[in-house]
Design a protein around this ligand. Structure first.
Ligand code: SF4
Length: 270
């Protein structure tokens, strides 16, 4: 008689797909289904711990256009420098119309704190001019009323606006359920074993999105939590695994950092 399969309890169950092989008699379809379910549970637990550790992130108070400007400034730039450059733009020009119409050198000077201001200033002005030409005004509030796919397509037509930037605007400002996959989300998701290492952020986006519920608050908690974790613990170089509260859920830790079991620890060892 076939024995009832043992189902591990929390937290071991989260780690099921990381550490276990294929069960006898299991079809590839059943295995894939189980892996998907286990990954969704792990994402749920990861999100819960991120919120417990870092707190629930506050929603942005920026309208979609202001959020777009902010995200464009933030590319490859630290948060404090982005915030200072954004404040400088508001202070110097007072409106996005004034930024659009200002001499490019003046805009470049106002955002000098970010990386590549000489690229970002003309690009920002070009986007502001294009929005004005298409919409008749500088306002992107209409995006929040469109289906997510439509909003993503609309925003992604502008030079310098990729899927991550578009998703940031829609999640942060419109609170639409779409996950931005930035460098931290990408790197840590690979380390945690949620996605294969070979995937680009663009390829990883739909896979990670499918592991989350279609709920903007949960997606925001997961995104922001991983960004903060990447800035404070899971660094690009030398992640601080020994201090990490996600160790037992992490494929990287299991493969590289987990202390090897001593011979005396093994069951049945004489
Ligand atoms: S255990 Fe290490 S690699 Fe895994 S998430 Fe934590 S810091 Fe990153």
């Amino acid at each position: 008689m076939r024995q009832k399969q043992h189902r591990p309890q929390w937290p071991a169950r989260y780690a099921q797909t990381l550490f276990e092989g294929e069960a006898e008699g299991e079809s590839p379809g059943q295995r894939a289904e189980q892996e998907g379910a286990a990954r969704r549970l792990r994402v749920q637990e990861i999100t819960r711990r991120l919120v417990a550790h870092y707190g629930e992130p506050e929603w942005s108070r920026k309208d979609p256009l202001s959020q777009l400007v902010d995200v464009l400034l933030s590319h490859r730039t630290r948060d404090e420098q982005t915030a200072a450059a954004y404040a400088s733009l508001r202070q110097h020009f007072g409106s996005w119309e004034a930024v659009r119409d200002a001499p490019t050198a003046a805009v470049e000077k106002a955002i000098a704190l970010v990386n590549w201001p000489e690229v970002k200033a003309p690009r920002l002005q070009a986007i502001l001019r294009q929005i004005t030409a298409e919409r008749g005004a500088l306002n992107l509030d209409f995006l929040c009323g469109l289906p997510v796919e439509e909003s993503l397509t609309w925003l992604s037509r502008f030079e310098g606006v990729g899927p991550k930037t578009a998703a940031c605007v829609l999640l942060f400002s419109c609170r639409q359920p779409v996950l931005p996959v930035d460098t931290h989300v990408h790197r840590i998701s690979i380390r945690l074993g949620l996605i294969p290492a070979r995937l680009t952020p663009e390829q990883a986006q739909p896979i990670l999105q499918a592991l989350l519920p279609a709920d903007a608050r949960t997606i925001y908690n997961f995104h922001k939590g991983l960004v903060w974790h990447g800035q404070r613990c899971c660094f690009f170089q030398r992640p601080r695994c020994e201090q990490c509260f996600l160790r037992d859920l992490c494929a990287y830790y299991a493969a590289h950092q987990r202390p090897a079991a001593k011979p005396g620890d093994q069951k049945g060892t004489a």
